[in-house]
Design a protein around this ligand. Sequence first.
Ligand code: SF4
Ligand code: SF4
Length: 202
Amino acid sequence: MTINDFQIDPKLLEQKEIKRCQLATCRGGCCADGVWLDVDQAERILDHAEMIKPFMPEDRRDQSTWFAELHDDDASFPSGKYTGTTIVPDEAHPSGTCCRFLRPEDHFCAIQYASLQNSMQPWTLKPLYCCLYPIVDDYDGGVKTLTIDSDNDLFSRGGGCHDECPGTLSPIFQIYAEEISIMLGVEGYRELCAIQQETPRL
Ligand code: SF4
Ligand code: SF4
């Protein structure tokens, strides 16, 4: 099945009894290694640096240390260039290290937290792949596939994305409707619901 140029991985159609993010349990496990992001997104975050800094630990506020080197070998990034957030030691994180934007006190992303505190939508500045996770896109030979990351060693290091939640049997694309809609659009998500004879959540 293809919707809005994305192949839909059958894994997204599977029925599971799992629940959405429980930060108190996983402590932001998916933020262990930072994230790759388009350089345009990184520049937008830097443009809002003064807004974000108050919500980070003092020793992480030097914006010259926020991002790593540039790369240009992955055409799936819209600008053609991408970078990564840098990581720092953090005893509060299950991995012992994490993205420097992860707040040790509550495991919230400082970028999202700062956006909310400034009356912006939570995902306005947050890197795309952070908003999507544990939904991921896969580019292979020009074919784009939307799937779920169910085979990642971060889970053995404390990621809790697939916590069981008895009595909540639902297709994975419904559990992660908000994330699916980022890539397919809400109309694309609703098209998927119609094909699968599901009532849309959005
Ligand atoms: S940018 Fe935010 S959500 Fe993304 S890895 Fe860093 S702390 Fe986590
Ligand atoms: S995606 Fe997984 S590891 Fe990341 S915050 Fe949600 S439950 Fe935790």
